[in-house]
Ligand binder design. Structure first.
Ligand code: NDP
Length: 324
């Protein structure tokens, strides 16, 4: 089963393995398989689910809504996001204006079939809308009970500090940031994590398995495996492409003996690695099939010793990105 962690300085507990449905639901995977995977997640003790209005142009939220229909609402933590344009692109269909936030959450709640989400996240920082306007709109959503907590995604340390201060003045808390983080992408370690620790903000990290690359199934100089994200021409192939260079794939293969020695599979090693960081509240895993979750949830509660952590750095440290 899965362990739970507090999100930031709040009293909200989330499952440290959270299931996210980017690229998969409403796109790579049919609805029946998507719903079966959500149900397997629930059976395995995953209670937190991450989506966004923009995923598969709203279809991902709709599928998640169908999958959780009939479940006990109090036993779930639903996270969604606002910022990116969906559907017809009018001048106000992007960003973090009061208008886009208010319209955004109403659309998300309808598609998810719920009256509130536990976590509403700014999908990116908006350099055009005054931050005061954005934070006031979030404060109002919290007061209305449509969003119980507020988080952000891919904000810098300085942006987190500014947003956190404004939220505090407005009587709510900014409790999470959602950045990319994996053995191959370590950018947050420099500034975002130390600042977040100081402010009481947790990280909910995306692509902890580097979109499947850290599972070791992509081999240098070989065709990509059938049915994998890299073969999904609609969307997946383009987003995973940058991770598929031969030097990265060769380094990843060096993780196999490290995983064996630790008694883990490579997917489990990748997820356990991000969860060693105490500022990480949840690894946001993807899965195109229920069986993948059976494997990854076993990373919950695993402690990697110093020797294993050092062997991971020896294998992939040189190809890991620390400063993009
Ligand atoms: P992962 O790094 O966990 O990759 C998931 C993919 O890896 C699966 O879809 C599957 O792809 C493959 N995989 C999973 N388990 C296994 C296994 N056991 N063995 C082999 N392959 C496996 O995460 P994602 O890239 O999917 O991102 C996770 C979530 O993060 C998203 O759903 C979304 O919620 C969030 N996200 C947020 C972003 C943001 O800007 N805030 C941006 C991107 C993602 P396949 O079977 O097709 O190979």
């Amino acid at each position: 089963m899965v362990n739970y962690r507090y999100l930031g300085n709040s009293g909200l507990k989330v499952s440290e393995i959270t299931y996210g449905n980017w690229v998969t639901h409403g796109s790579q995977v049919g609805d029946a398989d998507a719903i079966a995977t959500v149900h397997r997640a629930l059976d395995l003790g995953i209670t937190s689910f991450d989506t966004a209005d923009v995923y598969a142009n709203t279809a991902a939220e709709t599928v998640l809504g169908k999958a959780i229909a009939g479940q006990r609402r109090e036993s779930l933590e639903i996270f969604t996001k606002v910022y990116m344009p969906i559907g017809p692109k009018g001048p106000n269909d992007v960003g973090l204006s009061r208008k886009h936030i208010m319209e955004g959450i109403n659309g998300s709640l309808k598609r998810l079939g719920t009256d509130y989400v536990e976590l509403y996240q700014a999908h990116r920082y908006d350099y055009e809308t005054p931050l005061e306007e954005t934070m006031q709109a979030f404060a109002d959503l919290v007061r209305q009970g449509k969003a119980l907590y507020i988080g952000v995604s891919e904000w810098t340390a300085e942006q987190l500090r500014e947003g956190h201060a404004l939220a505090k003045d407005l009587g709510f808390q900014l409790i999470s940031n959602q950045p990319q983080y994996s053995m191959l992408w370590r950018v947050i370690e420099g500034k975002v994590v130390p600042t977040s620790e100081e402010l009481g903000i947790s990280q909910i990290v995306w692509s902890p398995m580097a979109q499947g690359v850290l599972s070791g199934k992509y081999l240098p100089g070989r065709p990509v495996p059938a049915g994998s994200r890299a073969t999904d021409e609609k969307f997946g192939a383009s987003v995973i492409k940058r991770l598929l260079s031969d030097d990265v794939l060769a380094a990843v293969q060096k993780l196999k003996p490290v995983a064996d020695e630790a008694g883990l599979t490579m997917p489990q090693l990748a997820i356990a690695w991000v969860l060693q960081n105490p500022n990480v509240a949840a690894a946001l895993v993807g899965a195109s099939r229920p069986e993948q979750l059976d494997e990854t949830v076993k990373a919950s509660g695993v402690t990697l010793d110093q020797g294993t952590m050092a062997a991971i750095d020896d294998a992939v440290g040189e190809v890991a990105v620390t400063d993009p």
